[in-house]
Structure formats: C-alpha cells, structure tokens
Write a protein that binds this ligand. Sequence first.
Ligand code: HEC
Length: 136
Amino acid sequence: MLKTHPKISLFIIIAFSVLFVITYCFAQNLETAITKEKANTKNPIPSCADSIEKGKAVYSQYCKGCHGPDAVRDKKTPCTETFCPANLRDPKLWRMGEGAVFWTIRDGRKPMPCFGERLSEEQCWHIVNYLHSLGS
Ligand code: HEC
C-alpha cells in the first residue's frame, strides 16, 4: 500500500472540495444564465401607451413588493448581502437587449423567483415595455 503523508491527504481532500464547490456554482450559474439566443428574442409587442399601462399594472401586482414602487433601488427597498433586488432603472439592464430582460423575468434569477408559470409571455413583454419607458 502506498502511504501518503497525512498533510498531503488533507490537501487532496481540500483541493477536491474546492473543485466540487466551483463546479457546482458554475453549473448553477449555467442553469439560469441567459444565452445569446434568448437575449436575441425580439419583442413582439410595440411599446405603445396601452402596453406600458398594462405592464405597469402587472409590475405593481408582482414586482413592486421587492423592486419598489418606482423600480429604483432606494432606502425603502430591502437589501442584504444575500438578497438585493436589482435597480430596474439602471441603464445597464438593457446591455444585453430586451430579450435578456424578458427571459430574466420568465426564468428568474436566484434569489428572485421565476414568473414563467404565473405570467403569460404577453404580460412579461408589457413589463419590459413599461420598464423601458421609465427613461433608462
Ligand atoms: C421576491 C422578491 C422579488 C420579486 C417578487 C421580483 N424580483 Fe426581480 N429580483 C429580485 C432580486 C433579489 C434580484 C437580484 C438577483 C441577483 O442577485 O442577481 C432581482 C433581479 C431582477 C432582474 C435582473 C436585473 C439585472 O441586473 O439584470 C430583473 C430584470 C428583475 N428582477 C425583474 C423583476 C420583475 C419584472 C418582477 C415582477 C414580475 C420581479 N423582478 C419580481 C427579487 C425579486
């Protein structure tokens, strides 16, 4: 039997644990990552007043509780190290296009829940139009 020094064994165990954690986190990330294909999804609903109005109503019902009444992160928004709702007026929100925002709403983004089953695709596009109308 090959005898390994206890310190080396410990090192091997730690190395494998770290590798496992990194792989696990990467897999979790991939699961919720927005692919290029998804980001390129075209918005089928024109950003007209009617759509923006509908989006605002859906936002008030489903998103306001976490993201705040004005979709901007301020002092009233609950924010801790592990749970911090994004500022939805940040222009960076649109860096990957409207499709990416649409899929973030549908698929969720840990710790944010997904809305794919609660909201129709149309409702999600109305929200996208509403958020885009906020001037960011
Ligand atoms: C239970 C609380 C909660 C609710 C309800 C919620 N969100 Fe979120 N949302 C979060 C948190 C927390 C994050 C930040 C996730 C992270 O850490 O990446 C987030 C992130 C996002 C992002 C990603 C922003 C970015 O920078 O890419 C979008 C878009 C978003 N939310 C939109 C919505 C919309 C639209 C609704 C309503 C349909 C909604 N959220 C409802 C908690 C919530």
